[in-house]
Design a binder for this molecule. Structure first.
Ligand code: ADP
Ligand code: MG
Length: 258
């Protein structure tokens, strides 16, 4: 049973402290959601976990399989079994979705077994077909060039398909990006629900309470002022839906109880 353990994480952007001691453990089989008003540090947490160079970790660690993943390159994190959405946001003309996924899968397999010769093409086709059926995707999608002219929803599809193919133990999804319409939201939610199970731990970062109408997290965390100020069960999401964030802003100042 793997788990991702975020311990007392402090992160600066341009010398300003944004995350002020975030601690959180996600186990395989659990779905966690982080919610919170804009500007509280949710995306900062996502980018830090992804290894974005602009985010400077000043304290704390993130432990997975006995390693501090903050010391690893983004692709090493991926090969270890952590899926980070938006890892490959760039368009790659000439590389199809299927080719990209096969290359990514083979890299993951070689990380587990250096002798691995790669998945045979017919076996990969079968695997991909199965995933695409499960996710109700048009088979033609696999033949398109990755992210080349993709709509927001199609980028999400590629992302979820990547997750299905790589079978990560922990997936981290930041759904705060602008332009996420209701269709894209549903693609992510349906994908997470289809892939959820005892082997997958998920951290969904969102400011759309709506997303939680479609994904049922086991644990909900509220972030405010760079700290997680409340954690609870699904009822916490319902409470937020009903009452918004005002009560939480009144209860905490800069993430500290008043
Ligand atoms: P959220 O995702 O919760 O809306 P962010 O993590 O994006 O919040 O931002 C947290 C804080 O960090 C905000 O106050 C924002 O202004 C600041 N911030 C984010 N990115 C940068 C940046 N590149 N340079 C300076 N400040 C930034
Ligand atoms: Mg954000």
């Amino acid at each position: 049973m793997s788990q991702l353990e975020i311990k007392n994480l402090h992160v600066n952007i341009a010398d300003k402290e944004i995350l002020k001691g975030v601690s959180l453990t996600i186990k395989q089989g659990e779905i966690h959601a982080i919610m919170g008003p804009n500007g509280t540090g949710k995306s900062t947490l996502a980018y830090t976990l992804m290894g974005h160079p602009a985010y400077e970790v000043t304290q704390g660690e993130v432990i997975f399989k006995g390693q501090n993943i903050l010391e690893l390159e983004p692709d090493e994190r991926s090969r270890l079994g952590i899926f980070l959405a938006f890892q490959y946001p760039v368009a790659i003309p000439g590389v199809t979705v299927a080719n990209f996924l096969r290359t990514a899968l083979n890299a993951r397999r070689r990380a587990e077994n250096p002798e691995d010769k790669g998945i045979p093409v017919p076996e990969f086709r079968k695997l991909l077909k199965g995933h695409m059926e499960m996710l109700k995707m048009d088979p033609a999608f696999a033949g398109r060039y990755l992210n080349d002219g993709f709509s927001g929803g199609e980028k999400k599809r590629a992302e979820i398909l990547q997750m299905a193919t790589l079978k990560p133990e922990i997936a981290i999804l930041d759904e705060t990006d602008s332009g996420l319409d209701i269709d894209a939201l549903r693609i992510v939610a349906d994908g997470v629900n289809a892939l959820a199970g005892p082997d997958l731990g998920v951290l969904v970062i969102t400011h759309y309470q709506r997303l939680l109408n479609y994904i049922k997290p086991h644990v909900v965390h509220i972030m405010l002022g760079g700290r997680i100020v409340e954690s609870g069960g699904p009822d916490l999401a319902l409470h937020l839906e009903e009452h918004g964030y005002d009560w939480i802003r009144e209860k905490y100042e800069n993430g500290i109880a008043v």
